[in-house]
Write a protein that binds this ligand. Structure first.
Ligand SMILES: [Fe+2]
Length: 360
């Protein structure tokens, strides 16, 4: 539970700016459009610019900044930014201490800039279709949930992950493309919303796939580590990642991983609902998800303030390794302490929702 006035996980903590100014997103946007725009400096690692950048910026990764100061004018205002506020603030502090008195940073980083003034930056989205694989991310703003539709473009067969309670939008999407649904997958037993597998299975006849550890009472097919769900020429490969719940699965396809509530953007799933276990979550994060290549795209099951999360929908293993509150805790003890406190209030009637989701 939230305590001591601290913001819930994973909202950013106060940062040391070294006395440099922090500029809000609206103000930066106004200044960039003005007659004397500041120099905008992206200090993230170069590879991360591929996902999103602010138009008209320059880029010097923070690690290279001390050796590349001569590339920057000392008589201009420089506004440094990273993914979150602290990266830019750290760079502005360094610049001020290195003879750039007017160095400043973007408060909240590109994350907040995308949320407040440039929503087109927020999704960090790649192309919908790659190598005959269609991926649609289906957010539900009211609940902060993300479902996914994956499809083989040639064979017109789809898989849906973590559908919401109302099947109509998914049925409409399938019908519009002339596709059939080959499988429904729940990454875990949800405690915060009514799951949609039953309604969707009733309407399509598609089988429901769950972890072998699921205690669900309804007919389903069980999945265990390394098994695959085939759809056309593609497949989803199972990683068992217990912790948020004991029946939690992550699923890989191509260079992407669907992490459910095991790994969220900036944080991880809580373990104080249903049958969660922080020790299992530590093992799953460290031995399964952090073992994936840094370029692996991370597609979680939740987003947004309702879950004390950022509004961005997509990340990478590398970005999360570098910025995620839960992953930056490198000792088991520190992680277990993190899991014990600082979480938002539990969802209303979560135990009733779990019961209903297991029944049908
Ligand atoms: Fe969950």
């Amino acid at each position: 539970m939230a305590s001591g006035g601290e913001p819930p996980h994973p909202f950013p903590r106060p940062v040391d700016t070294g006395g440099s100014e922090r500029i809000r997103s609206e103000e930066l946007q106004r200044r960039l459009a003005g007659s004397a725009p500041p120099i905008l400096l992206d200090v993230r690692p170069a590879a991360e610019r591929a996902y999103a950048r602010i138009e008209g910026d320059r880029a010097i990764p923070f690690a290279e900044l001390p050796a590349r100061l001569d590339e920057l004018p000392r008589d201009r205002r420089i506004v440094a930014y990273g993914h979150f506020g602290e990266e830019g603030a750290r760079a502005a502090k360094l610049l001020r201490a290195s003879g750039f008195p007017d160095a400043a940073s973007l408060e909240g980083g590109i994350e907040e800039y995308a949320r407040l003034v440039a929503p087109e930056l927020g999704r960090y989205a790649g192309p919908d279709t790659e190598n005959g694989l269609l991926l649609l991310q289906l957010p539900r703003a009211a609940t902060g949930c993300l479902a996914y539709l994956l499809g083989d473009v040639d064979e017109k067969v789809a898989v849906i992950l973590d559908p919401g309670a109302e099947p109509e939008p998914y049925l409409a999407t399938l019908a519009a493309r002339g596709w059939r649904l080959g499988a429904i997958v729940e990454t875990h037993t949800h405690a915060d919303h009514r799951a949609g597998h039953a309604a969707l299975a009733a309407r399509t006849g598609a089988p429901i796939f769950l972890s072998q550890r699921s205690p669900a009472a309804y007919p389903h097919r069980s999945l265990s580590e390394g098994e695959e769900i085939l759809f056309g020429a593609h497949s989803l490969r199972v990683l068992e990642t217990p912790g948020h719940t004991r029946d939690h699965l992550s699923l890989r396809v191509a260079d992407k991983v669907f992490t459910g509530d095991t790994l969220l953007i900036g944080s991880c799933g809580r373990t104080d609902l249903a049958d969660g276990d922080p020790e299992l979550l530590w093992e799953s994060l460290r031995t399964k998800l952090l073992a994936l290549p840094d370029g692996t795209e991370v597609l979680p099951a939740h987003f947004g303030a309702r879950h004390a999360l950022v509004d961005r929908y997509v990340s990478t293993i590398g970005l999360e390794r570098r910025t995620n509150e839960a992953l930056l805790l490198t000792s088991r003890e520190g992680f277990l302490a993190y899991m014990r406190e600082g979480w938002p209030p539990k969802p209303a009637e979560f135990d009733r929702i779990v019961g209903e989701n297991l029944a049908g």
